[in-house]
Design a protein around this ligand. Sequence first.
Ligand code: GLP
Length: 245
Amino acid sequence: MDIRVAKNAQEWVAMAADTLQEVVQSKPDPVLMLPTGSTPIALYEELVERYKRGEFSMGHVITMNLDEYVGLSQDDEQSYHYFMQKHLFDHVDIPKEHTFIPRTDIDPHAACAEYDEVYRQFGPADAVFLGLGHNGHIGYNEPGTPFENRTAVVELSQSTLKANEKSFAGRNDMPTTALAVGPAMIMESKLAVMLVRGADKADILNTILTHEITTDIPGTLLQRHPNLRVIADEAAAAKLGDLAG
Ligand code: GLP
């Protein structure tokens, strides 16, 4: 396990972007699995800056996103399609046809089968970048998700629904299910990068790295990943003790 602790926000973002850039520049057809949520936004901003400064290209990259809500159209501001366009895809040179996100415009089970097919063509990922839910979810693999799952329709947990209420304030169509790349696909990635920031993640980060591996806390599965890199700020790493070196 490779745990890197950044001293400040700037160092954190540089560690994350350097990791991604290294993978992108390591081969002609790199495949990245990408997260949404608030944590990776600074990483995407940094990638856009590096691209604009001409420091690297993503023209040869294939991306597969980890998840998408069921029931939102792709141009809905809360959809992950919209999120990825806004924060990354609109600003860099990845060909649109090489950016994959589970589809929301067809039956969810058909969308899962189609995404598994995309994965059969391009996977496994050279690197998966992950955020961490407060209940230990990775992607949208909520507590109880079987580790052998591939792309699946997942029920969002009560704690996730609660966390999402803010974003869907004033609406009556908050999604209760999502499509998620399963734990099995995350584990097949050659490199797994856990991105984590903030004091509110300190307990759950320590838990996923030290608790007995259990589907009740999906992130614990990462302990079995042969090439796991954790990129944390000091606040998130505060409870790691000796683990963080
Ligand atoms: C959502 C996303 C996850 C993400 C998590 C953490 O649940 N589906 O992929 O990791 O939020 O979000 P944040 O980074 O905002 O804490």
